[in-house]
Ligand binder design. Structure first.
Ligand SMILES: *[C@@H]1O[C@H](CO)[C@@H](O)[C@H](O)[C@H]1NC(C)=O
Ligand SMILES: *[C@@H]1O[C@H](CO)[C@@H](O)[C@H](O)[C@H]1NC(C)=O
Ligand SMILES: *[C@@H]1O[C@H](CO)[C@@H](O)[C@H](O)[C@H]1NC(C)=O
Length: 375
C-alpha cells in the first residue's frame, strides 16, 4: 500500500512537472485579438446567426467542413498564429458558453467593424457601417471581461506579461465605407490620419490596461483585391501595375501604413515597457500577387486576381450575389487562388501570410520564437 502511494506520488509529480514545464515553454499563454472579418472567429455569426453564412454555404468547408464563423474557406491568419504558438483557436467573445475557459485567449473582432464610430460616417454623408461594434466598443468588452481574467494589478501584470494583444487589422472597412460611398481617393486620404489615431488610441488604452506585447497590423494591398477591382471597374490601362493591381489604391494603403508606422513609433517612445510589433500585411500579401507560382498559386495571370467563390465578371465578383448565393461556384482547387470571395483571401493565402509573419521577415520587430512550424 505504502509503495503504491509513493509510486503514485512520484507519478503525480512527474505528470505535474511535465505540464508545468510545457506551459512554461510556451512563449505566449494568451492571445487577445481585436479587429474585423480578417480575424473574426465567430462574433458576427453570433450576432447574425446564419447570415451571411448559411449552414450549406461553402464558408469553412476546406478545413472545418462547415461554416465556422470565419469569412473564408478555412483558417484565418490568427488561427495559424494560435497553432504556431501551441494555443487553441480563439473563441469569439459573443459566442462563449457559460464558464468557458478563456484564460488562453479571447477574440473581440467582429466582421464589418470599423476603427471609427458609426457617427463619423453618418456625419460625413457615408453609409452606416455593417456593424456598430467599432474598435472602441471591442475595447469596452475587453475591460468588462478583465476582472474574470485576473483579480488585481499584481495578478494581471504576471498574466499580461505572457499575453499577446493584436490590435487589428482594422481600418480596412473605414476605407471601404468611403470607397464604396463614392468618395474619391483624395477624400479617403483625408480621413487616414483619423483612422490611424483611433487605432493608436486603442493600442494606448490597452497598454494602460497592462498589455506588454502588442501587434498592430497594417492594411492589405487592396488594389489587388477582387472586390476593389470590381468596384472600380477601370478600363484604363494606366490605372494598373504590371500585376493587374490598381496603383492608386495600393498607394493609398502605403500611405495608410506609413502613417500607422509613425503612430507606432510615437507610442513605442512613450511606452518603453511595452513592445509594439508592426505586421506588414501589405508586403507579405503583395509578394503573393507578384510571384504566385512561387507560393503554390496558379501562374495564370488572368486567373490569379479572381475570387475563388463567386459569380460572373472579370474577377468572379457580383455584389448582388455573394459567395454561397444562388448560382455561385467555388473554384476547383482553393489552394490555387489568393482571393476567396472578393473581399477576403483564401486559407492558402492566409497560411502563406501567417508564415511570413511568424517565421519570416514581415513582423517588425519579430514575435517570440514559435514552438511549432506552420505546415
Ligand atoms: C459557438 O459556440 C458553440 C458552443 O460552444 C460551438 O459549438 C460553436 O462551434 C461556436 N462557433 C464558432 C464559430 O466558434
Ligand atoms: C448597435 O446596434 C444595435 C443593433 O442595431 C443596437 O441595438 C445597439 O443599441 C447599437 N449600439 C450602439 C452603441 O449604438
Ligand atoms: C484619440 O484620443 C484623443 C485623446 O483622448 C482624443 O482627443 C481623440 O479624439 C481620439 N481620436 C479618435 C479618432 O478617437
Amino acid at each position: 500500500m505504502k509503495i503504491f502511494n509513493l509510486f503514485s506520488i512520484i507519478l503525480t509529480f512527474c505528470f505535474l512537472g511535465n505540464v508545468v514545464s510545457s506551459v512554461d515553454s510556451l512563449p505566449y499563454e494568451t492571445i487577445f485579438n481585436f479587429g474585423d472579418s480578417i480575424s473574426d472567429t465567430g462574433n458576427a455569426m453570433a450576432f447574425h446567426r446564419d447570415h451571411p453564412m448559411p449552414s450549406d454555404s461553402p464558408y469553412g468547408y476546406t478545413y472545418f467542413k462547415h461554416p465556422a464563423g470565419r469569412f473564408l474557406n478555412g483558417r484565418l491568419i490568427i488561427d495559424f498564429i494560435a497553432e504556431a504558438y501551441g494555443l487553441p483557436f480563439l473563441p469569439a467573445v459573443k459566442n462563449l458558453t457559460k464558464d468557458q475557459d478563456i484564460r488562453k485567449g479571447v477574440n473581440f473582432a467582429v466582421a464589418g467593424s470599423t476603427a471609427l464610430e458609426e457617427l463619423f460616417f453618418t456625419s460625413h454623408g457615408v453609409m452606416v457601417p455593417a456593424t456598430n461594434n467599432s474598435l472602441s466598443v471591442q475595447l469596452g468588452w475587453f475591460k468588462e471581461l478583465k476582472s474574470s481574467l485576473c483579480k488585481n494589478i499584481e495578478e494581471c501584470d504576471v498574466y499580461f506579461k505572457k499575453s499577446l494583444f493584436l490590435v487589428g487589422e482594422i481600418g480596412g472597412n473605414d476605407v471601404i465605407q468611403y470607397a464604396f460611398g463614392q468618395k474619391t481617393i483624395t477624400e479617403i486620404r483625408e480621413i487616414v490620419p483619423i483612422i490611424v489615431e483611433a487605432i493608436a488610441n486603442t493600442t494606448s488604452a490597452l497598454i494602460e490596461e497592462g498589455a506588454i506585447e502588442l501587434v498592430v497590423p497594417g492594411n492589405f494591398p487592396i488594389g489587388c483585391n477582387a472586390a476593389f477591382l470590381t468596384m472600380v471597374d477601370s478600363k484604363k490601362k494606366e490605372d494598373f501595375d504590371e500585376f493587374g493591381c490598381l496603383v492608386a489604391y495600393n498607394n493609398l494603403v502605403e500611405y495608410f501604413n506609413e502613417q500607422l508606422k509613425n503612430a507606432i513609433k510615437t507610442l513605442q517612445q512613450k511606452n518603453s515597457q511595452a513592445k509594439i510589433i508592426y505586421f506588414d500585411y501589405y508586403n507579405d500579401a503583395k509578394r503573393l500577387y507578384q510571384a504566385p507560382q512561387q507560393y503554390g498559386f496558379t501562374s495564370d495571370k488572368n486567373e490569379i486576381l479572381k475570387a475563388c467563390c463567386g459569380l460572373d465578371g472579370p474577377y468572379n465578383v457580383n455584389f448582388n450575389v455573394p459567395c454561397g448565393g444562388p448560382g455561385t461556384k467555388v473554384c476547383s482547387d482553393t489552394s490555387k487562388l489568393i482571393n476567396w470571395d472578393g473581399a477576403h483571401l483564401t486559407e492558402a493565402a492566409y497560411r502563406m501570410i501567417a508564415k511570413g509573419l511568424v517565421e519570416g521577415p514581415f513582423a517588425n520587430p519579430s514575435l517570440q520564437t514559435p514552438p511549432f512550424k506552420i505546415a
